[in-house]
Design a protein around this ligand. Structure first.
Ligand code: FES
Length: 275
C-alpha cells in the first residue's frame, strides 16, 4: 500500500527494473536527495542528466572558444595620417641642422636610425656633405642638393632602413661610406650608397634611394624632413613605395609619438654585389 493506493503485483513501484535500464556507468552511491521514494537512484534519469550536462559544457566551451578566437585576432593598428615628429639626437637633445652638420657627414660609418612613423619602421639619417665642409668633388666625394635634402646645402636626407627586396632590416642593410667596398657607380663618381648584405641590393643615396643593383626593384621610402626657425628637424611624411612588410606605411604597429630618438648601430658590411 502506498499513500492509500493499493498496488497489485503489476505495480510499477514493485516491478523489477528491466536489465536494459541498468547503465554500467560508475558506482551508484546513495545520497540524501535525488532518490525515489524507496531510496533507489533513478539511473536512467541520472545518465540522461549526465549527457545533458556534458552537452551543455561542450556548447558552452564552443561558444567561449569562438569568443576567444574573435578576440585573438589582432586588431589593425596604426595611424590615419603622417604625424609631425621631432627628431632627438643620441644624446637626448633636439636634433638640429647645426648638430647634424657638425656631427655627421658622408664618411660617417656608424648608422644613426630613428623610427618613423611607426615603432617598427627604422630609417637612416644621413648627411651627404663631405667631412671637411668643402663642396663635393671627385677628390671629395659627397652630395649637395640631394632630392628632398634639408640643411645648409640640402645634404641631410633620411631613408627607410628596411630593404625593399625581402625586408632585411638595418644593420644588415646599411650605409656604406666612400671606400667601404671597391664597387663604385657613375664611373667612380658615386662610391657611397646604401647596400643590403642579404642579397646585394644597392640604393643611390644621392637620388631618392633609387635602385643601383637588384634584386630589389623598388626604391627605399624617403622620409620627408622639415625644419623650424630654430633649425630643429622634424619628420613629417614618407615618399615612395610602402615600407617593406607593410600594406601601407601607416599600418602595422603603433605610432612613435611626438618625438623619435636616434639610435646608433654598427653596420654589417659585406661587399656582395651581383655580377
Ligand atoms: S633583402 Fe635586401 S637584397 Fe634581399
Amino acid at each position: 500500500m502506498r499513500d492509500g493506493f493499493e498496488c497489485g503485483s503489476d505495480c510499477p513501484f514493485v516491478a523489477p527494473r528491466p536489465s536494459v535500464l541498468d547503465f554500467p556507468v560508475g558506482q551508484v552511491r546513495r545520497v540524501a536527495s535525488g532518490t525515489d521514494d524507496d531510496g533507489d537512484i533513478d539511473e536512467t534519469r541520472r545518465n540522461i542528466l549526465k549527457l545533458a550536462g556534458v552537452g551543455a559544457l561542450v556548447l558552452a566551451g564552443g561558444g567561449l572558444g569562438a569568443a576567444a578566437l574573435q578576440y585573438a585576432q589582432p586588431p589593425t593598428i596604426g595611424l590615419t595620417s603622417y604625424p609631425k615628429v621631432q627628431l632627438i639626437d643620441v644624446d637626448g637633445k633636439a636634433l638640429t641642422v647645426t648638430s647634424v652638420e657638425s656631427e655627421y657627414n658622408v664618411d660617417t660609418s656608424d648608422l644613426f636610425l630613428f623610427n618613423y612613423p611607426l615603432r617598427n619602421e627604422p630609417n637612416f639619417l644621413l648627411n651627404l656633405s663631405p667631412a671637411n665642409g668643402q663642396s663635393p668633388s671627385s677628390s671629395n666625394p659627397g652630395k649637395w642638393n640631394a632630392p628632398g635634402g634639408i640643411g645648409t646645402n640640402n645634404s641631410i636626407v633620411a631613408y627607410s632602413g628596411i630593404c625593399q627586396h625581402l625586408g632585411c632590416p638595418a644593420p644588415a642593410i646599411a650605409y656604406y661610406p666612400p671606400g667601404t667596398c671597391p664597387k663604385t657607380f657613375d664611373g667612380g663618381a658615386l662610391p657611397f650608397y646604401i647596400h643590403c648584405s642579404c642579397h646585394g641590393s644597392t640604393y643611390d643615396v644621392t637620388n631618392s634611394a633609387s635602385n643601383l643593383t637588384g634584386p630589389a626593384v623598388l626604391p627605399l621610402p624617403q622620409v620627408v624632413l622639415e625644419t623650424d626657425s630654430k633649425g630643429n628637424i622634424y619628420a613629417t611624411g614618407l615618399n615612395g613605395p610602402p615600407v617593406n612588410g607593410h600594406l601601407n606605411s601607416l599600418q602595422g604597429d603603433y605610432g612613435v609619438g611626438s618625438t623619435s630618438q636616434l639610435a646608433r648601430e654598427s653596420p654589417v658590411i659585406l661587399c656582395s654585389f651581383p655580377s
